[in-house]
Design a protein around this ligand. Structure first.
Ligand code: GL4
Length: 834
């Protein structure tokens, strides 16, 4: 390991390299050390936050040592025996959540740290609560990237993530008078012990300017891009520990800084203020995460973010490759790059630019290398989410890249033309350039053409992309380019960390914690599903988790709920396609029904707590009205003495990863009720079921595969099928189908002011009135209500419910992100464990 050190000093280095112990004494010593040195505090002025910081630094030390070991020894390039092919996961979003508990559990250090902090006067649970979430993502897409990093580390793959170090993560949501307010998430206020600033690693990223042509020594026409502005990308590394392995991978987050060299033009003209202004502008690039999920906004700053990130990451990857002196043709044997949605697609023209303009390769060879390197994951079919960049904007910001994109398109269309002569329509449909006003670049088409594999994120979704948005490419590129990789979640965070009691019970029953790395072992629980004693242990834990959530609800909303009631949960981004609106309309229906009952009838009712959570994009007016309606209905229902515990409606503010860890283990049932065909996969559905909850859902995304695994006694599916949706929309739109009568009655209650000023909600109601209802709420409402009744019936049989709950967990083996990552590694990346 010390091969680089001159032999005279080697002995000294070895002598002083004393590994830190993992015993309670050593840990306590390191916490005290960090308290007095890193924090410059004393035992006399310590509080929980200081305790957290000192403990975090102690844990960080261990991660850094493992990180070094992994990066330099396990797959360091100067050890010629090991220079494995690596995978680089490019994602604009990583929704990591908290790091400390995860690291302690991964390294098996939770116990000694609990003891050491206890001896120093702390409770570890309180310290863990002091950590702020790393919330550099919007929702499922960003959290998926985090789960995948966990699996890559745990399975010992040589992998790196690349992202942006936003100064502001996803906004914090406050609820004021029932409305969402957004507060900036300035998460780096008190430094971040989970990152390693690498101020020495920096890459220059060019923007703007113009392209000139010249002839090289072989008389070939070459292009040179002279940038108009150069910004510096500085690396911040976040170690990601694998579970029960020392493998510790890296996510490199780039931060924008002004260039070290001062622009001489300003200096000479004496315009100092302007120079400082310009420097500040550089830092703006990585200031803020765009807070939209499944929605594209064509802002230049976002395009700048994308190129800044892609350029820095690619040059970092290329620098690493170049150290090995391999020929370019071997690049795809050493490097796999996964494009997490179209956000990093500029990596395609950037790699082409490097290979052709800078390295002097022929176009065809460069293109061959490029397509063998990239894989592309599509995460949505919603038209408003598909990235299209205006040609003039691209041309202004990245003039050479635009040329390259046009060339890629030209060569591609030529091959299409050859195979399908005279099919002008086909050429127009597969063109990367959309002939809009102005023209725009279809980033998904570019990603498809430039990748050797394109995947969807659940079986239905992967079929839908082949049938709809990418259908013409099946004809042109053949079906083999398209594949499915059903999403997965990490059982380490979503079972072991979020639900330790359940994880311990399972380990006790199965004899070990092996299931955490081999999730299909959970199947061993099935044979106890009917065992009364086990059912009791199981449901006692569920109850405890519900009490934990009850306390959180009380603390965050003031609402008191009964932990014996059925906990019915829908937490996810607020979006029309996810139909939280339908859920709250169903709640109003339930409320109206309860109001009409007599005392004897009410005795038969299953008490229910309907729990919502999730953020709306700040500019998404209708989604924000849904939040307001939920809170208005809650206000009315929760304070109705007639109703009492029979129905409560809760909106938990500021849903995020750490809150999800409390919410999910407490679910009896969760709702995943998107209009069929709109939710590509969903991943919280997997988390809820893994924690012993049933599902109320539509025949959409991963719900379908969950159903195939857990069986129809554990899931309540309803509503239109995806194949029917298009026709149904047409009928709704043009045939004036009257609204479902139960829905009409509910709308009437809103309109007559039962839930406050009705005019507020008019724009929301208008989205489902006759001739509209794009998301088919009226069509599905009847079957939705019926399924809700079935849920109540099922919950009355406690024993049967306990059995269902156990079977849910037992049958979730397929949905581990470990399974998903192994599929990517084998079918797309062609990499082995290191
Ligand atoms: C999403 C999908 O909406 C979601 O269904 C899926 O589970 C997730 C991860 O694949 O990706 N696509 C976008 S955009 N945001 C998402 O959360």
């Amino acid at each position: 390991e010390l091969a680089q050190v001159p032999s005279e000093q080697k002995a000294a280095w070895e002598k002083y390299t004393v590994p830190e112990g993992n015993d309670v004494d050593s840990i306590a010593r390191s916490i005290v050390h960090h308290t007095t040195t890193t924090l410059a505090r004393t035992p006399y002025n310590m509080d929980d936050f200081g305790g957290y910081q000192a403990t975090a630094h102690s844990v960080r030390d261990k991660l850094i040592q493992d990180w070094n070991e992994t990066q330099q020894v396990r797959y360091g390039w100067y050890h010629t025996i090991k220079d494995p092919k690596r995978v680089y996961y490019l994602s604009l979003e990583f929704l990591l959540g908290r790091a400390m508990d995860n690291a302690l559990l991964a390294r098996g250090l939770k116990e000694p740290y609990t003891e050491a902090t206890k001896q120093l006067g702390f409770k570890i649970e309180d310290l863990l609560e002091e950590e702020r979430d790393a919330a550099l993502g919007n929702g499922g897409l960003g959290r998926l990237a985090a789960c995948y990093m966990d699996s890559l580390a745990t399975l010992d793959y040589p992998a790196w993530g690349y992202g942006l170090r936003y100064t502001y993560g996803i906004f914090q949501q406050k609820i004021v008078d029932g409305y969402q307010n957004e507060v900036p998430d300035y998460w780096l206020t008190y430094d971040n012990p989970w990152e390693l600033p690498r101020l020495d690693i920096s890459i220059e990223v060019p923007f703007y300017g113009h392209v000139s042509k010249y002839s090289d020594e072989n008389g070939r026409t070459r292009h040179k891009w002279e940038a108009g502005e150069i910004v510096q990308a500085v690396a911040y590394d976040v170690p990601i520990p694998g579970f029960d392995t020392n493998n510790t991978i890296n996510i490199r987050f780039w931060s924008s800084k002004p260039r070290k060299e001062f622009d001489l033009a300003y200096f000479n003209s004496g315009d100092y203020n302007r120079a400082v202004e310009d420097q500040k502008k550089a830092e703006n690039i990585t200031s803020v995460l765009y807070p939209n999920d499944n929605h594209m906004v064509g802002k230049e700053l976002r395009l700048k973010q994308q190129y800044f990130w892609v350029c820095a990451s690619l040059h970092d990857i290329l620098r690493r490759f170049k150290k090995t002196d391999r020929p370019w043709s071997e690049f795809p044997d050493q490097v796999a790059i996964q494009l997490n949605d179209t956000h990093p697609t500029l990596a395609v023209p950037e790699l082409m630019r490097v290979l052709v303009d800078l390295e002097g390769l022929e176009w065809d060879e460069a293109w061959n290398i490029t397509t063998r390197t990239f894989g592309f994951t599509n995460h949505t079919v919603l038209p408003e989410a598909l990235e299209k960049w205006s040609v003039p904007m691209l041309e202004h910001l990245l003039p050479r890249h635009l040329q390259i994109i046009f060339d890629i398109n030209l060569y591609f269309l030529q091959t299409v033309e050859k195979s399908f002569p005279n099919d002008r329509d086909l050429l127009a449909t597969v063109s990367i350039i959309e002939e809009s006003q102005p023209q725009s670049v279809r980033m998904a088409f570019l990603a498809v053409i430039a990748s050797h594999k394109v995947n969807g994120v659940a079986a239905l979704h992967s079929q839908i992309i082949k049938d709809t948005i990418f259908a013409p490419f099946i004809k042109v590129l053949g079906p083999d380019r398209f594949t499915n990789k059903t999403n997965g979640i990490t059982p380490r965070r979503w079972l072991h960390q979020a639900n330790p009691d359940l994880s311990n019970l399972i380990a006790k029953k199965l004899g070990s914690f092996k299931f955490l790395k081999e999730l299909s072992l959970l199947d061993g629980l099935s044979k106890y599903a009917n065992d009364a004693a086990f059912q009791k242990e199981w449901m006692d834990i569920k109850y405890k988790n519900k009490v934990r959530l009850t306390n959180l609800i009380k603390e965050r909303t003031g609402i008191e709920v009964n932990p014996n009631a059925l906990f019915d949960i829908q937490v996810k981004r607020i979006h029309e396609y996810k139909r939280q609106f339908m859920n709250i309309l169903g709640v109003i229906h339930r409320y109206a029904k309860l109001k009409k009952m007599n005392a004897a009838q009410r005795k038969e009712v299953v008490p229910r707590v309907v729990i919502f959570g999730g953020k709306a994009a700040p500019g998404y007016y209708i989604a924000k009205l849904v939040i307001k309606l939920i809170n208005s209905v809650g206000e009315k229902v929760n304070n109705d003495k007639d109703i009492g515990d029979l129905l409560k409606v809760v909106f938990i503010p500021d849903y995020n990863v750490s809150v999800a860890e409390v919410i999910i283990p407490a679910n009896d049932i969760s709702q995943h009720i998107s209009t069929a065909g709109t939710e590509a996969s969903g991943t919280s559905n997997m988390k809820f079921v893994l924690n012993g909850g049933l599902i109320l859902g539509t025949v959409d995304g991963a719900n379908i595969e969950i159903y195939e695994e857990i069986g129809d006694d554990q899931i309540f599916l309803f509503g239109a099928r995806s194949e029917q949706v298009e026709d149904l929309r047409h009928v709704q739109r043009y045939r004036n189908v009257p609204m479902n009568p139960e829905l009409q009655a509910v709308i009437h209650l809103i309109e007559n002011g039962t839930f406050g000023e009705p005019h507020i909600f008019q724009p929301l109601i208008n989205t489902i009135t006759v001739g509209k209802d794009y998301y088919l709420i009226s069509v599905d409402f009847g079957s939705y209500l019926e399924s809700n009744d079935l849920v109540d019936e099922a919950f009355k049989d406690k024993k049967a419910w306990a059995q269902k709950s156990i079977l849910c967990t037992a049958r979730m083996g397929k949905f581990s992100s470990d399974r998903a990552i192994k599929e990517y590694a084998e079918d797309i990346w062609n990499i082995d464990v290191s």
